[in-house]
Design a protein around this ligand. Structure first.
Ligand SMILES: *[C@@H]1O[C@H](CO)[C@@H](O)[C@H](O)[C@H]1NC(C)=O
Length: 162
């Protein structure tokens, strides 16, 4: 994991993409808590960097989401540092398993640190609206986030249904 962290250098796009992807895959399988500090600062910097290529942005957003799903207590305190570019990176990708795991992670993190999303809630709403057909339990997570953010009513659109 420290070696993957060292390879999160956006000057080398292909290596960086692959290291990012690998971290996200490993986060779904392994205890990541000891390594959050080794990889998260670089991921947050990359997602906030101007001119980061689109594919790397999407990849980074997915990996941050997966890391947050695995270690919400460690990642959620940083929510405000990445939520806006996270949302804009993922609002144009089509429904798939990677997007599913990333959004589960962001919902869990918002549960831990709702204050981290308040300022950018409108961006989160747009990202959620990009879902055509979320799985039922993910849809439930979206409704819970909306309910827990009841200070900002009617910001959510309804999803498309089958
Ligand atoms: C990144 O991964 C792809 C797909 O596995 C591979 O073709 C490519 O060579 C890798 N890039 C580097 C720099 O290792």
């Amino acid at each position: 994991m420290p070696i993957l962290g060292l390879n999160l250098n956006p000057e080398f796009i292909s290596v960086c993409n692959n290291a990012t992807w690998a971290i996200g895959e490993i986060a779904m399988q392994m205890e990541m808590q000891p390594y959050v500090g080794v990889v998260l600062p670089n991921l947050v910097e990359i997602i906030n960097r101007p001119n980061t290529p689109k594919t790397l942005l999407e990849n980074t957003a997915i990996t941050i989401g997966r890391l947050g799903y695995a270690c919400p207590q460690e990642v959620a305190p940083q929510l405000q540092q990445f939520i806006r570019p996270w949302c804009t990176s993922l609002r144009n990708i089509r429904d798939d398993e990677e997007k599913d795991s990333a959004f589960r992670g962001i919902c869990v993190m918002i549960g831990v640190n709702p204050a981290g999303v308040v300022q950018d809630f409108i961006f989160f709403r747009d990202a959620v609206a990009s879902w055509v057909n979320p799985k039922d339990d993910l849809r439930d997570m979206f409704y819970k986030v909306r309910a827990s953010s009841s200070g900002v009513p009617s910001l959510f659109p309804s999803f498309h249904t089958q």
